[in-house]
Each structure stands twice: as C-alpha cells, then as structure tokens.
Design a protein around this ligand. Structure first.
Ligand SMILES: C[S@@+](CC[C@H](N)C(=O)[O-])C[C@H]1O[C@@H](n2cnc3c(N)ncnc32)[C@H](O)[C@@H]1O
Length: 365
C-alpha cells in the first residue's frame, strides 16, 4: 500500500532533472531546500516566483554565468533563495558553450551574493558562478517576462495561446493560458508529447487523471478534446491556483475539471476550502477509475510512484508517463512493464513519453 511518508520523501526529486545519472532508483539529488518552499519543477525558458506581489517595484537585474549542465537546478535554486525570476536566452552568444547566461531579477533589498552562494551550495556547485548586478528601472518586468511566451501550435489545430494574445486561428482548439505561475506553457517537449498522446486517446466521454497538473494544461486540453471529467492533482498549491485560473480562462467549470492538492493534511482531514480558494480533497481521485492517466513529473518519482500512478487507471486503460529524458526510457520501461502492456514510446528533442495499457488482471497494491 502506498504510504504518505513515501509520498513526501519524493518532494526533493523535483530538483533532479538536470542530473542524468544512469542508474535507476537512485536519488539523483539530495538537495533539500528549506526556505522558502520550492515552487517549480523546471525551467524550460523562464520562471517567475509566485511571491511576486507588485510588478512595478524597483529591482536588481542580475546576469549569472552558469554551467550548462546545472542550468535547471540552479535556476530553481535561485528562486528558492530569493530571486523573483530566472530566465535563459538560448540565443545569447553562448551557443555550444559550456556556460550559459541566466538573467535573474531580485528584489531591490536582496543580498544577491548570499542568494547566489546559497543556491550554488544547495545544488553542490563547487564554485560560485560569476555574475553582474544592475539596478532595474521602474517598469513592468513581469509583463516583459510574460511577453517571452508566444502562441504555440502543438499539433495541427491545437494552439496554446497566452492569456494576453488573440488566438491566431479562432477555428482551432485554443487553450488559453496564463503560463507565468506554474509549469506547463505548452513549449516544453514533455508537455507537447502529453498533449499529442491525449489528442490521440480522448474520443469523447473519458475520465482523465492529470498527475502533476502544473498549469492545468493537460486537464484543460482533455476537456477540450471531449473528456467527460478531468482531475488534476499537484503537490504545489500555486499549481492548483494557476490551474484553476486557467480553467476559468477556458470557461471550464469545476464540475468537469476538479483540482486537488496533495498535502499531508489532505489525508488527515476531510474536504475543506482554504482561504486561498484551494480545495483539499482526496475523495474523488479513486483507484481503478480513469480511462486515461498521464503523469508528467520526473524520473525518480515516476519510478517510486509507479504502482500508485497506475492504480488510478481502469484495467486496460492507457497510462502515459513523461518528464523523462530519452536516455531514461529503459528505466521507465523496466519499472512499468510489471503494470503495463503494449508499451510504446514517443520522443521529441531528447525528451520522452512512455505509454502502455494497464494489465487487465493487475492487482493494485
Ligand atoms: C513538469 S510539470 C507538468 C505540468 C503539466 N502537467 C504539463 O504537462 O506541462 C510537473 C508538475 O508535477 C507536480 N509534481 C511534482 N511531483 C509530484 C508528485 N509527486 N505528485 C504530484 N504532483 C507532482 C509539480 O508540482 C508540477 O506542477
């Protein structure tokens, strides 16, 4: 039986993606951030801290030279240790180089040196990255950061459109998103792969579980494709808030798109609505219920939570797991082949999504 203590031990895995250790079942990173609570899973192009309250305050603009292999983890660590945002300009003169620039925004009063040192230390960098600091002018830099997101056509006729843009094709299936607050902008290959899988699977009337919903992009897409019910779960309250906002942007009601926060309290208390509007509830994501289950998280939680993730699917239902690099496919197949049959793999830009059908006679643990 899956236990809560097991579940919570996976939280640090959210920081593991930039390490591609070959051995399965290994804790790839022992990073344990204590303050403030980490919010983001990865940084495809840009991250914004949810602690932003005012977009018009003075700020420090910090350009940091980072080792390319540490990019994802270091960006996330910066947010954890005080940065408002961390973004990468892939076209900024470092192509092919061992190092890459991260442009980060800090509050005016922040001790940037301490933040960068702590961030580097927390992910085990031996040297503190070099950086330069400029005082930012009063300007709406959140808006500037958001403007780096553009409408994306994921597959023919399926567009992800930022909230502030007009859909390029009004006849297409348009998912309207505010991508600034949680992972799932539609730009990341794993999100694209999951969307393609969903488009293939949802024919009408299905029950869909989005395990690690982030911005809610997959849960929303499933409804747009014709699912009868989407349930999105996440361990990050900001993701739930963001997904709810995005559901409203797409005129999708709570009767068909249910969002649930996984917390320790969730399992100890009954359903309750908190002051921030997040509903905590475990009752509606029942095992053996869903026609399609997709988990776009990371290698290690996918390995450790495999039986838990699969248990939500009906016998014979499709389970898709993503958030993994192509080189990690064998570990996923090795682990999931005890639960799934007819396993196949979709790949895009070195990222992968593994799908399979839940074995009919599987006894859920
Ligand atoms: C890569 S994002 C995926 C977002 C979206 N589903 C997509 O496909 O773009 C992963 C999300 O999973 C959440 N997450 C990470 N570990 C989790 C876990 N063990 N259980 C539930 N959610 C988790 C993160 O908070 C994050 O919002």
């Amino acid at each position: 039986m899956y236990s809560l203590s097991n579940f919570f031990k996976h939280l640090p895995y959210r920081f593991s993606r930039c390490f591609t250790h070959p051995a399965p079942y290994t804790l790839l990173s022992n990073v344990n951030f204590t303050h403030p609570k980490p919010r983001y899973h990865s940084t495809p192009t840009s991250l914004l801290s949810p602690s932003i309250h005012s977009s018009n305050s003075p700020y420090l603009s910090v350009r940091i030279l980072c080792q390319r292999h540490a990019l994802d983890m270091f960006s996330e660590a910066l947010l954890c240790f005080g940065a408002y945002s961390a973004s990468v300009d892939e076209e900024d003169g470092c192509e092919g180089s061992y190092e890459i620039y991260i442009d980060s925004i800090f509050p005016e009063h922040e001790d940037v040196n301490a933040c960068i040192s702590q961030a580097a230390d927390s992910i085990g960098l031996k040297e503190i990255p070099t950086y330069e600091v400029k005082m930012g002018e009063h300007c709406d830099w959140i808006k500037e950061t958001q403007e780096s997101f553009h409408s994306v056509e994921v597959t023919e006729g399926l567009w992800i459109v930022p909230e502030w843009q007009t859909p390029p094709d009004v006849k297409a299936t348009n998912i309207i998103l505010n991508p600034g607050l949680a992972f799932g902008t539609g730009e990341h290959p794993t999100t694209k792969l999951c969307l393609m899988l969903l488009q293939d699977l949802i024919k009408g009337g299905e029950l869909f579980l989005d395990y690690g919903t982030g911005s809610g992009i997959l849960a929303i897409a499933a409804i747009k494709f014709g699912a009868a019910l989407s349930v999105g779960i996440d361990i990050d309250p900001q993701a739930i808030i963001s997904a709810r906002h995005n559901a409203v942007l797409n005129s999708i009601g709570q009767e068909v798109l249910k969002l649930h926060l996984f917390t320790e309290q969730t399992c100890l208390s009954s359903i309750k609505e908190r002051e921030d509007g997040v509903v905590e509830d475990q009752s509606s994501h029942e095992i053996n219920k869903y026609d399609v289950v997709i988990a776009n998280i990371l290698l290690n939680p996918l390995l450790d939570l495999a039986d838990h993730i699969v248990s939500y699917a009906k016998p014979g239902a499709t389970v898709g797991v993503s958030g993994i690099l192509s080189e990690q496919i064998p570990y996923i197949i090795d682990r999931y082949s005890q639960f799934l049959e007819d396993i196949s793999v979709l790949e895009m830009d070195d990222w992968a999504c593994v799908r399979g059908s839940k074995k009919i006679n599987l006894i859920d643990s």
